[in-house]
Design a protein around this ligand. Structure first.
Ligand code: COA
Length: 285
């Protein structure tokens, strides 16, 4: 959809939080809905709930919901849900909701927003890595256990933990569309190897992830369609991506980009993280 004018409204009352429920039901259509009463309690305690409205449509077109957390002795914001109704995808509303969330967090002095995502969802990967400028370095097997909703049913709910450095210059540039990732063809021309690559529809064998400056990790273009067609193939992708991410992350790589090709293929770009030297007290007194 083309860009349309939006307004973003932070929800401060039960009616605002309740307006997320039809979107939750529409997008996930599961048995599990985050109750609006809980959202309101969270919003009253430093969290953030915001609705997006498109001009000419009274119903909320999307929402974002997150709460305060602590990691490594620092406050951060955990973004638990982001959803845009199907007709408003590609419209710019999702970015506007993330910008409102970022502004809320920056006002609180928070520098990192974190969330989990299914690494096999290429569209979400393009959104999180290419458009927002997030990165990931943790993999969690079956994080939420079995999930009944239409996006997650039938597969282990593996997740990568995405971190979004909201104060960084690169993040600002990504949000303004000034800084875009290179294409997947460029990366392939540069000779970057794959830790996981599709062979037709199937995942190929996982390659070792040691001693490279860059690695690519391919995922299916439209995972939900693939899952609806062939549940066993979806499970094979889950297993292969799990092995590839776990191998790369355990060798010190982080996923820092999601690259796309002109024919629609998509792959994460992984780079080694700077090693953290152990704190050693050399002052021998
Ligand atoms: C996640 C979500 C909020 C993103 O909103 P959106 O409007 O779809 O996002 P955008 O269109 O701005 O960005 C998606 C990007 O992925 C690209 N994309 C679309 N399909 C793709 C695919 N199959 N593979 C790779 N990239 C894809 C789009 O082209 C776009 O990039 P561009 O703007 O550079 O062209 C929305 O898709 C959604 O509600 N999904 C269902 C709920 C969900 O999964 N929520 C996140 C987990 S809580």
């Amino acid at each position: 959809m083309d860009s349309v004018p939006f307004r973003i409204e932070a929800a401060h009352d039960i009616a605002g939080c309740a307006a997320t429920v039809p979107i939750q039901e529409e997008v996930w259509s599961g048995d599990v809905v985050v109750p609006p009463q809980l959202m309101l309690a969270v919003a009253h305690n430093g969290g953030f709930v915001a609705l997006g409205f498109a001009e000419g449509d009274e119903r909320a077109a999307g929402f974002v919901f997150g709460f305060l957390g602590i990691r490594d002795y620092h406050f951060r914001h955990h973004s638990h849900m982001l959803a845009v109704r199907a007709p408003y995808r590609g419209s710019g509303l999702a970015i506007a909701l993330k910008e409102a969330q970022r502004d809320h967090c920056l006002d609180q002095g928070i520098e990192i927003v974190g969330w989990t995502m299914d690494p096999l969802e290429a569209r979400n990967a393009a959104f999180n890595f290419a458009k927002l400028g997030a990165y990931a370095r943790e993999y969690h097997r079956d994080f939420y256990g079995a999930m009944p909703d239409k996006l997650n049913a039938g597969l282990p709910s593996d997740r990568i933990y995405v971190e979004w450095p909201i104060g960084h210059d690169r993040t600002y540039k990504r949000l303004r569309g000034e800084d875009r990732p290179p294409s997947l063809e460029d990366a392939e021309r540069d000779g970057i190897g794959y830790v996981l690559r599709a062979e037709g529809n199937r995942p190929g064998a996982v390659a070792p992830a040691a001693d490279q400056t860059h690695l690519l990790l391919e995922v299916p273009t439209r995972f939900q369609e693939l899952k609806a067609r062939d549940a066993a193939l979806a499970l094979a992708w889950r297993a292969a991506a799990r092995e590839a991410f776990e191998s790369a992350f355990s060798h010190g790589y982080a996923a820092v980009e999601f690259l796309r090709s002109a024919d629609g293929r998509g792959a994460y770009l992984l780079v080694p993280q700077p090693r953290r030297e152990p704190a050693v007290d050399t002052d021998e007194r």
